[in-house]
Design a protein around this ligand. Structure first.
Ligand SMILES: [Zn+2]
Length: 152
């Protein structure tokens, strides 16, 4: 994958922000998501993995020894706007919304056994997650936020 331009920081998304994590992955940010972890554990992971903590917990964001962004907004679109304004565009290709893995292009022949027959017949571009194996194609997943696959 090309590493064009400035590197977006790697992110650690706090509990209850799973939808935000998935949206950010689709925008190309490396966005790890952890739910149900104590604050101290979140800070440890952020430091060990060199990630910027994204949280709606003002106290956690203000803790010493961790780089963090406090999100005031509760609305998902507003949260995305705030983050992309502060971080700049990721300049990276989309990542797997399910697991944050990198996506690599695969051929139609490689994709055919993995997708529904209609999709294999009608699509020509496929990407596969190196982490979980999920396959993406433009018709369903890539067009942008209007057709964002909610609930996946
Ligand atoms: Zn994946």
């Amino acid at each position: 994958m090309p590493e064009a331009g400035a590197k977006a920081p790697r992110l650690l998304i706090d509990a209850m922000l799973g939808d935000l994590a998935r949206r950010l992955r689709w925008l190309g940010y490396d966005a790890a998501y952890r739910n149900h972890l104590p604050d101290d554990e979140m800070i440890r992971i952020a430091r060990e993995e060199g990630r910027l903590l994204v949280t709606r917990d003002r106290e956690l964001a203000g803790r010493r020894g961790v780089r963090a962004i406090y999100l005031a907004a509760t609305d998902l679109d507003e949260q995305v706007r705030q983050l992309t304004a502060e971080l700049g565009p990721s300049l990276h290709p989309p990542r797997c919304i399910a697991c944050n893995g990198e996506l690599v292009a695969i051929t139609v022949a490689e994709a055919t056994p993995l997708v529904p027959p209609y999709v294999a017949r009608t699509q020509t571009e496929f990407m596969r997650c190196v982490g979980c194996g999920r396959v993406y194609w433009p018709g369903t997943h890539l067009p942008g936020l209007q057709r964002w696959p909610r609930g996946i």
